[in-house]
Design a protein around this ligand. Structure first.
Ligand code: ATP
Ligand code: MG
Length: 192
């Protein structure tokens, strides 16, 4: 089974590209952001805990996130491939993912970093706010999410490089959504 991490700053298009990869390869998709938003919508205990963190642009505590991820992964046993979208976001989560997969006779296949110029990201997220109405897509929370990304998540780039699993794919404005997705799909074809 392929275990592919889709990585990138807030607004880099992890969700959009994950959906297109899933369609192209018939893979499964775990989006930790979507899992948390569903819990919030359903008013569960977990949703209540998560909301306070998300609304302030903070990360949900690692231990909680790791448990959610493992139980979701275990529902996908017969999958051809799993896309991890939004996880790992800290070094501790990356170490936990590596261990969790090892315990199941699996490993991380690759990490794909969606390299998007930061100047494009704020505009994208503010546009998404008007389209999707996500409470955390407001200017104050977005700035906080970038800070959190730089301090806690970006160090994972070196971690994945150290594991020999890093693949960066750079976005340029002339590519459009489809051009970016096609580049990613071409790369995945080389590892399936
Ligand atoms: P994109 O726009 O590229 O899809 P995003 O960063 O805007 O990504 P999500 O991945 O949906 O958004 O995450 C939204 C929020 O959910 C995060 O700001 C964080 O509070 C919480 N969250 C999601 N995944 C994790 C995780 N792995 N660890 C901790 N918190 C998480
Ligand atoms: Mg997302």
């Amino acid at each position: 089974m392929l275990n592919i991490v889709i990585f990138g700053a807030p607004g880099s298009g992890k969700g959009t590209n994950s959906a297109l990869i899933v369609e192209a390869f018939k893979f499964d998709h775990i989006s930790t952001g979507d899992v948390l938003r569903t819990e919030i919508k359903n008013g569960t205990e977990l949703g209540k805990i998560a909301q306070a963190y998300i609304d302030h642009g903070n990360l949900i505590p690692d231990e909680l996130m790791i448990n959610i991820l493992a139980s979701k992964y275990d529902t996908l046993k017969d999958s051809k491939g799993v896309i991890f979208d939004g996880f790992p976001r800290t070094i501790a989560q990356a170490e936990a993912l590596k261990k969790m997969l090892e315990e199941r006779g699996e490993k991380i296949s690759t990490m794909i970093n969606l390299e998007v110029d930061e100047s494009l990201l704020m505009d994208r997220l503010l546009r998404r706010a008007t389209l999707e109405g996500r409470a955390d897509d407001n200017e104050v929370t977005i700035k906080k999410r970038f800070e959190v990304y730089h301090s806690q998540t970006a160090p994972l780039i070196e971690w994945f490089k150290g594991e020999g699993l890093y693949k960066g794919i750079a976005y340029t404005e002339d590519m459009g959504i489809e051009g970016m997705a096609n580049k990613i799909i071409e790369y995945i074809k080389t590892i399936v």
